[in-house]
Design a binder for this molecule. Structure first.
Ligand code: F6R
Length: 365
């Protein structure tokens, strides 16, 4: 049941400290502060290409994973939407690894892509939440997310569980290839293990911090989400969440791409929501947001306490998030975008758990 929550989505958002913790428990050795993957049917250290395929929110988790695998593992990643990957008859290198990310494990586009990669001789891995699913049965390797049953059609806790697994995978890959130091691995696992506490903190503070923003977003016709680097996929995810449950038109963009076209959309009627953790992209994001503010755009920003000092002069609203290792920021910044979409949908009175035209598991191509 929903317990004390009004919707499954709200309950599932609040379960994330537990579900991220549970998922990481099986992958991180708190004693050695190292990542432990299940036995692999291939040699991780000799991989020289990874293909990531998924749909929807799972695709955005895969997009974050591309950044992690390329930076921590130094392996080039090909990233694709399953419905595109499957039907262009593209090459798949035999002996390469193809990873399929799916909550349900049944999404037919992703399943067809898995079968295609397998038939071409790739090693296949499935990051799935439903252990009895078709993808779990058919992949050579299953990396489980332990998010528990997800009922709300809009996925939340499965996304952060996918990020948890994929961060561990990228770390293990970097170690196996000899490009990641034991010291950095320990920092990463430490940062990951802190996430449940930071999510719990966010769950206490964000509801009131978001109140004024919810009003403004609920009245908008269009909303832009911006981020760079690891926050770019989160901007895409924020826009998808808002669209699917509140029916407000939203788009996610790489903040640096604004000047190549989308900045023409900016006026005071379009809220611009920026995800700006203090990472190596932060300064660049700030200057992109200055360009938005200079065109009278209303900037709403999620950042850290010290990031807030830089952004207050140009932003209409600044929401502070706990400070964490920037590498794991997607796991924390998922929370405000989920909560914002949820509150806006509740305010608009939509059917949050069963949005129109959507199904929990998409079994048509
Ligand atoms: C968005 C959402 C969908 C799914 C997509 C893939 O909130 O739920 O975009 O992420 O349909 O589903 P799975 O992960 O089951 O393959």
């Amino acid at each position: 049941g929903k317990g004390n929550y009004k919707h499954f989505m709200e309950k599932e958002i609040h379960e994330q400290p537990a579900t991220v913790g549970e998922t990481l428990n099986g992958l991180v050795d708190a004693g050695t502060r190292g990542v432990v993957l299940p036995d692999l049917p291939f040699d991780l250290g000799s991989l020289d290409r990874v293909t990531l395929v998924a749909c929807g929110t799972s695709y955005y988790a895969a997009m974050v994973a591309k950044y992690w695998i390329e930076s921590l593992g130094q392996v080039p990643v090909e990233l694709d939407i399953a419905s595109e990957f499957r039907y262009r008859n593209g090459p798949v290198l035999p002996g390469s690894l193809a990873i399929f990310v799916s909550q349900s494990g049944e999404t037919v586009d992703t399943l067809a892509a898995l079968r295609y990669a397998k038939a071409k001789g790739a090693h296949t891995a499935a990051v799935v939440n439903v252990p009895t699913s078709a993808m779990a049965r058919e992949a050579d390797l299953v990396l489980r997310t332990l998010a528990g049953p997800e009922i709300g059609v809009a996925t939340t806790k499965a996304f952060t569980a996918q990020l948890s697994v994929l961060a561990c995978f990228a770390t293990a890959l970097g170690r196996a290839r000899g490009v990641l130091s034991a010291e950095r691995e320990a920092q990463i696992t430490q940062a990951l293990m802190e996430i449940p506490a930071r999510l719990a903190e966010g769950l206490v503070k964000l509801p009131s911090a978001l109140t004024a923003i919810v009003e403004e977003v609920a009245e908008a016709r269009d909303v832009l989400y911006l981020g760079r680097g690891l926050s770019y996929p989160l901007a895409m995810e924020g826009a998808l969440k808002l669209k699917e449950i509140s029916y407000i038109h939203a788009e996610g963009y790489a903040a640096g791409e604004m000047k190549h076209g989308p900045i023409a959309l900016i006026d005071e009627a379009v809220p611009v929501i920026a995800l700006a953790p203090e990472d190596s992209w932060f300064e660049k994001t700030v200057s992109n947001l200055q360009e938005v503010a200079a065109r009278r755009g209303r900037v709403i920003v999620f950042t850290t306490k010290t990031g807030a000092e830089h952004l207050r002069p140009i932003a209409a609203h600044v929401v502070e998030l706990p400070s964490i290792d920037p590498l794991v920021s997607p796991l924390l910044y998922a929370l405000p975008v989920q909560l914002l979409a949820y509150y806006v949908a509740v305010r608009k009175g939509t059917d949050v758990d069963q949005p129109r035209n959507l199904a929990k598991s998409v079994t048509v191509e």
